[in-house]
Design a binder for this molecule. Structure first.
Ligand code: ZN
Length: 395
């Protein structure tokens, strides 16, 4: 084996980012010069594929593999000869297992080279939606202060319960430890444990952050800080609500963590993380600090597997506090019309906009949730929790 510059660069980049393909040590080698391309363009490394982007065949999903290689090269994909047109190559591969490695092999005057990607087949995929609410703290303070007879005497939880009763929606509330005005979770009474437990099939609590401020609390801090805050919140959820109410986080405050934290999150049960994966001021943001290639991919796909850390990233599809009632159906219709974004609706909002005392209070926030949930329900999407199964679906 002989690693010439292009191969070495690709190898290093793959190790550093996990983005451009599989790094398999000295198996990934090149004998061409830097100007000789060899790259699988589609599917993307880490792609989550379902029947919308391939053809179902007995026991498998047939997908198209597209890439580029030197026009002189003979290219095979998983052993089958690829069709060539200029630098492009194309081939069909049938996925038969949950994970498949796709290998493009180029043979030519400069020797033999290969490029690999790995993809997931979401075999039992069904249209589904999840509803996650971030930045929760005020409702817990409200219940603590008012000492209601029932959790659902708090208008916010009542609104969520009404939506659940009408549509079967499942909600995950991502919570803070403290509101920083004298209230923290250690004060929350445990006398509602029975009610929490009775509703645990549709209402979960999860860690989000220690508090609303500072912004981006875990963007540049070691995983130990994140884990310590997580434990503090989880201990209280289990104390006042019970284990059945707790779920591992699927959204960390600001969706920004150190890359090294992803492995720690996985070790502690995280399998899915949602973010915006949006371009802002010339850079990709709210993206768990993923590299540009993966962030851009996620900005136009439902999900992407990070094989290095065992975490699937999901793109948030709708932020109710930012979306007017009239814009909700058109937003969802556009997503449903795109095979890459139609299968999983990641619905989302923030608690604070429900509260009249909050300066940016959204008076029709509840109506926005109802509009979004009614739309997905009427279009055949089933309510799921992302922490269950594969992105809420059967595995
Ligand atoms: Zn947040």
């Amino acid at each position: 084996m002989n690693n010439k510059p292009i191969s070495r660069r690709r190898f290093v980049r793959a190790v550093a980012t996990g983005a451009s393909g599989l790094a398999l040590g000295n198996k990934l080698s090149a004998l061409g010069g830097p100007a000789e391309p060899l790259r699988i363009i589609e599917p993307f490394h880490g792609a989550v594929l379902n029947r919308r982007v391939g053809e179902e065949v007995p026991g498998g999903l047939k997908i198209r593999v597209v890439g580029e290689a030197s026009v002189r090269d003979r290219v095979t994909v998983n052993g089958g000869l690829a069709h060539r047109e200029g630098q492009r190559f194309a081939a069909e591969v049938v996925l038969r297992r949950k994970e498949t490695t796709i290998t493009a092999m180029a043979d030519g005057a400069f020797g033999q080279r290969q490029h690999q990607v790995r993809v997931l087949w979401d075999r039992y995929s069904q249209p589904r939606y999840r509803f996650s609410i971030d930045d929760n703290s005020f409702f817990l303070r409200d219940i603590f202060q008012k000492q209601y007879g029932s959790l659902f005497d708090c208008f916010y939880l009542k609104l969520l319960r009404d939506l659940h009763a009408q549509y079967g929606t499942r909600f995950v509330l991502n919570i803070y430890y403290t509101t920083r005005d004298g209230f923290d979770l250690s004060q929350f009474p445990d006398r509602y444990r029975g009610e929490w437990k009775d509703n645990a099939d549709w209402l979960k609590l999860s860690f989000h952050a220690y508090a609303n401020e500072p912004d981006r609390p875990y963007q540049n801090v070691p995983a130990e800080k994140l884990v310590a805050d997580w434990d503090k919140v989880t201990e209280q959820i289990v104390r006042f609500a019970g284990k059945s109410v707790y779920s591992p986080p699927t959204v960390i405050h600001w969706a920004m963590v150190e890359l090294a934290a992803l492995r720690v999150l996985h070790e502690r049960g995280v399998r899915v993380l949602s973010g915006y994966f949006r371009l802002s001021n010339g850079g990709w943001d709210i993206n768990y600090r993923l590299d540009d290639e993966r962030s851009e991919y996620l900005s136009r796909h439902d999900a992407l597997m990070d094989f290095d850390n065992g975490i699937v990233f999901s793109k948030v599809d709708l932020i109710c506090n930012n979306t007017q009632v009239a814009d909700i159906a058109p937003t969802l219709e556009k997503l449903a019309g795109d095979p890459n974004q139609a299968e999983i609706m990641d619905l989302f909002t923030h608690e604070q906009y429900f509260w009249p005392f909050y300066p940016q209070h959204v008076a029709d926030h509840g109506q926005r949730l109802d509009t979004a949930i009614r739309w997905v329900t009427e279009h055949g999407y089933k309510p799921v929790f992302f922490h269950e199964g594969f992105l809420g679906g059967k595995t």
